[in-house]
Design a protein around this ligand. Structure first.
Ligand code: ATP
Ligand code: MG
Length: 248
């Protein structure tokens, strides 16, 4: 049992979720490494949501609310860490959810799809019954996307995307928004909006933002988007990674 008084409690809870998901068989072998890399970046951020991350989240919600077919892409880690929060956010902004695995196997997809069905979310896309296409006809598994989901989306939100896929999405002309704790990853650099934050904090935060922005005029949403510069924001995110404590 994890003790709540442990100084790394929150982080250990997340690690536990990843371990359980790995045992349940829906994570790729490299998933734990990806999580560990995220942990390290989060540690250096003080495990807090920064101002530039919040700014990027407002822009994300504004874009998604103005989009015709916004889709949230999920992989094993995202599902393991925040499936309920993802469903809540998708419902709030009327977005679709698509399973998109970098190392796709039918078994992993079925296991993840079942987690959505168990939560009364039958509309999950990217399952083995779904019609899959290739973005820009690129015959590469990294370009595969559901016909009614990412393939025809105008905006795609991808927590924890791989750089190659982020590049394919971005080149396809879709608004590509990523959540990645590493501001230096190709994913962060390739995206139109890069949220440098832990997805477990970012997703519920954006649900709250959506409740507010849904009540605002479209004009305001457009202003929020127009004022935003992702390169400047990403630089600001990077500057916040500093070691604040001295070693004795
Ligand atoms: P890229 O392919 O974009 O250059 P990479 O190959 O270095 O990146 P991957 O292993 O493809 O990285 O993906 C893992 C990324 O996900 C890492 O950058 C890591 O910081 C980030 N990450 C891991 N866990 C989380 C999390 N919970 N929230 C946000 N980001 C996370
Ligand atoms: Mg990568």
């Amino acid at each position: 049992m994890l003790s709540k008084s442990h100084p790394r409690y929150e982080s250990l809870v997340l690690r536990d979720k990843i371990v359980k998901a790995s045992k349940a068989g829906y994570l790729a072998d490299s998933a734990m490494i990806a999580h560990g890399r995220g942990e390290a970046f989060d540690y250096l951020l003080g495990e807090k949501t920064t101002l530039p991350a919040k700014r990027a989240m407002y822009v994300t919600v504004a874009i998604m609310l103005l989009s015709k077919n916004p889709v949230i892409s999920v992989n094993g880690n995202t599902v393991a860490l925040a499936i309920d929060e993802i469903i809540e956010f998708a419902r709030e902004i009327d977005a679709k959810i698509e399973i998109n695995l970098f190392y796709r196997t039918d078994d992993r997809v079925n296991k993840i799809a079942k987690l959505f069905y168990d939560r009364d979310y039958p509309e999950i896309l990217g399952t083995n019954n779904d019609e899959m296409m290739h973005i820009n006809e690129i015959k590469n598994p990294r370009a595969s996307a559901s016909k009614n989901g990412i393939y025809s989306a105008d905006t795609v939100l991808v927590p924890l995307e791989d750089g190659d896929r982020a590049e394919i999405l971005s080149r396809s002309g879709k608004n590509t928004i990523t959540i990645d704790l590493n501001p230096l990853s190709r994913t962060s650099k390739m995206s139109d909006v890069s949220i440098v934050d832990n997805l477990v904090r970012a997703i519920p935060f954006m649900t709250k933002i959506a409740r507010d922005l849904k009540l605002q005029d479209e004009e305001l949403l457009r202003e929020i988007i127009e004022e935003f510069d992702n390169d400047i924001n990403l630089k600001e995110s990077l500057e916040l990674f500093k070691i604040k404590e001295e070693v004795k």
